[in-house]
Design a protein around this ligand. Sequence first.
Ligand code: C5P
Length: 211
Amino acid sequence: VGHFAIAIDGPAASGKSTLARELAQRLGLVMVNSGAMYRAVTWQVMQAGVDPENPAAVAEALEHMVLDCGVDGLDSTLTINGVDPGEALRSSEVNAHVSQVSAVPEVRRKLVELQRSYLDHSDVVMEGRDIGTAVFPETPYKIYVDADPAVRQERRCAAGEVDSVSDRDRRDSQRQTDPLRVADGARVLDNSGHTVESAVEEALVILREQG
Ligand code: C5P
């Protein structure tokens, strides 16, 4: 029996993580945050003292990384070289470099493969930047979450990372390999005027129409 994926993409601070988490809970599906994988590789690059701005060095460092992704109930788990970096994934150092590391094609190739392998075992809600375009282009279930600039600005401030978020969005949208964009077949969900609950309701309507 084939498993299916719900792809949730969008820029930082759009509220897509919260939406994806709620949807996964509501539907009883495993929730996978693909950004955590890019953050883990970035963290390990920095632990190893490798220059995150040097794509060849990052690709070489990747050869020495063992990324283990799994499932615990409806949550996904991750270790890199046997370590769960935990809160360090959200540090300002990782925020500052994750987009550069994510732009390295070898990094994307490796992580996309890991992301696809979730479907060997489970149905998933996966959120990221390229889930509907590159990871699961064949899934009918695709939502692109956006929010107007004022709302996103507010979320950015609340997250305490004003500069790095707009920097990341620019880099994530302009990179060569699988940039952030609305996937073919995706429906845009404007999260600006929504509460969490009303966003989930709209998403469920969209998914029903896509199925
Ligand atoms: O989702 P989150 O903000 O944690 O993602 C962190 C970074 O990881 C993004 O800014 C982007 O550079 C990268 N990313 C990506 N592709 C994904 C998910 C995240 O390139 N599917």
